[in-house]
Design a protein around this ligand. Sequence first.
Ligand SMILES: C[S@@+](CC[C@H](N)C(=O)[O-])C[C@H]1O[C@@H](n2cnc3c(N)ncnc32)[C@H](O)[C@@H]1O
Length: 389
Amino acid sequence: MSELIKAMESCFNQQIYKIILSKPKKKSAENIMSYKKITISQINADYHLEKFTDTQVFNENLNEQALKDFLLIALADDFLQYNAWDQQYEYIIQVSKKGKLSASKKTVKEAPKMAINHNREKNYLLKEGVVIEPLIDMGIFTKEGKVVNTMYDKFKQINRFVEIIDDEIKNLDPDIPLNIIDFGCGKSYLTFILYYYLTEIKKMKVRIVGLDLKQDVIARCNESARKYGYEQLSFELGNIHSYESEFPVDMIITLHACDTATDFALFNAVKWDAKLIFSVPCCQHELNGQMETEALSLLTKYGIIKERTAALMTDAIRGSLLEYCGYKVQLLEFVDLAHTPKNILIRARKAKSSEKKRNEALNEVNQVIQTFSFKPTLYQLLDAEGMIK
Ligand SMILES: C[S@@+](CC[C@H](N)C(=O)[O-])C[C@H]1O[C@@H](n2cnc3c(N)ncnc32)[C@H](O)[C@@H]1O
């Protein structure tokens, strides 16, 4: 370890803005860690970690000391390669398979793009200080373009949501119109911001419809859309359950559509063959009220554990059912748990997938349904539509 500490001392400094840990060690029985790669970006005085498995990304923030401790353990146990960049040098630590250590640095020729800027505000797609009028009306920004204190968490969530969408659509042709529905749009902060971002910043052709059950909210949102000349943004009063779109839908989004409203939204997307789905569920109560199991009674014995297990299973089942329906699916932690406990985002993109993979996904769902004797809404909807074979 002392050799590693020395190597780390020569290859880490406070100016480093990007680190990549790669070449994971082969797993032993004791080493259950399955991250393929970890990327680390400096944000202000802290560091943001993205830990990649085959199918998921886990996020974590660490301060400098905690990061150093983390890096030492990661290099001792889990990874063979460390690359780090400051403005001048690239620092490299390599561990051979036999455990031999080498540390070096070279002048930077091509540094990786900063995934996250040094300044937290600058990192947001929507920057403070830029006056975006609808956001002032909505009470998110002050007239000077500053984020209103009490809206900071919402601002952060929406920025992250848009960032995740941006990442997925960056290769699309901006001239091919993209039709989007926001199910359960509520006050429509996300809907307006997404419209603004896609049309005014990305210069894309989009049509967005926000749908909600609340008449007054829909009327107000339509008024705002008209006021700002957002011709392709409209709001409709209606129920996700029975909604029929007048146009082909490319993407659906949901942010905190309550309980099974998310299932109906996902079902619509599948039925309409939407290419992209971005969904942050909440209030996943359905399975908690139904689940019973003798085999795994430990998970239903304590109310709090049952509730959380049910909520997690709800989203895992949704993810797997989307895989079965031919989507490539990731479940991401979309903002820190400290900001909201409703922080899982289901990201799904229609993709070619083998029948074997699809059936595996369905089998996983069937097994859990059998074990816990529940009937998830999305499963029932797909089954009733003859989509579950
Ligand atoms: C928690 S709010 C979230 C609003 C907004 N997406 C946001 O994140 O600020 C959930 C919204 O979903 C709407 N909603 C719930 N079930 C619905 C359904 N079946 N059809 C349409 N809207 C629904 C509610 O009226 C509410 O406005």
